[in-house]
Design a protein around this ligand. Structure first.
Ligand code: ADP
Ligand code: ZN
Length: 209
């Protein structure tokens, strides 16, 4: 099954993606993770991406689409995949339609009023990518899953978050209608705890199996 996870920054795409990837044995492809890895390793793609991600802007479609096309061509995607953070623009969705068939779009819907706090209070494990919120960490600085160091993403500050949310509204939200017209959108309410959100998603995926 080929799945797309859609939702605003902070909607919980990454958290749900790792659960789905474990539960349904699908490779988790996150363009945000791919860019962060490239930035860390100072590759040419990383240097280019950094100038956009630091401002909360989208990396140009051309670059992003090329990365995704290369990734989807690998062996582990032959029996399905899950995209997290791609597509983010109509042009990206059209490019994706040219290379693959999307079976399901899971749209995680969260009240916008929650997102600023979720993102600015987020701490991420540098090793496994798990997310935490400072209010639940009680001063803990290591990941409960793998003991990796927790850090705050450079783009998780109020100013950059605001621009990411603006970009989402203008460029990514229209994808709900784009895929809605194809009849493949599954809306899930994302305000609840991660376990409850995952319960709804896994029920849907099991029904489609
Ligand atoms: P978010 O928490 O905002 O969903 P991601 O980790 O998915 O964050 O992405 C971080 C940044 O990487 C984005 O703000 C953007 O600059 C860049 N990025 C990720 N995916 C894409 C994409 N599909 N197209 C363009 N830029 C992207
Ligand atoms: Zn970890």
């Amino acid at each position: 099954m080929n799945i797309i996870l859609l939702g605003a920054p902070g909607a919980g795409k990454g958290t749900q993606a790792s659960k789905i990837s474990d539960g349904f044995s699908l490779p988790h492809i996150s363009t945000g993770d791919i860019f962060r890895e490239n930035i860390k390793n100072r590759t040419p793609i990383g240097m280019l991406a950094k100038s956009y991600t630091d401002q909360g802007l989208l990396v140009p479609d051309e670059v992003t689409c090329q990365i995704v096309e290369e990734r989807l061509g690998r062996e582990d995607c032959k029996n399905g995949y899950m995209l997290d953070g791609f597509p983010r623009t109509i042009a990206q969705a059209e490019a994706l339609d040219k290379i693959t068939k999307v079976d399901l779009v899971i749209n995680i819907d969260v009240d916008f009023s929650l997102l600023l706090d979720r993102l600015c209070g987020r701490r991420v494990c540098k090793d496994c990518g798990e997310s935490y919120h400072i209010t639940k960490l009680n001063g803990e600085t290591k990941c409960a899953r793998c003991s990796g160091e927790l850090y705050q993403r450079k783009d998780d500050n109020p100013e950059t978050v605001q621009s990411r949310l603006d970009v989402y509204k203008a460029q990514t939200a229209p994808l709900i209608e784009y895929y809605g017209k194809k009849g493949i959108v599954f809306n899930v309410e994302g305000n609840a705890a991660p376990e409850a959100v995952y319960a709804a998603i896994s029920a849907k995926l099991n029904a489609l199996k």
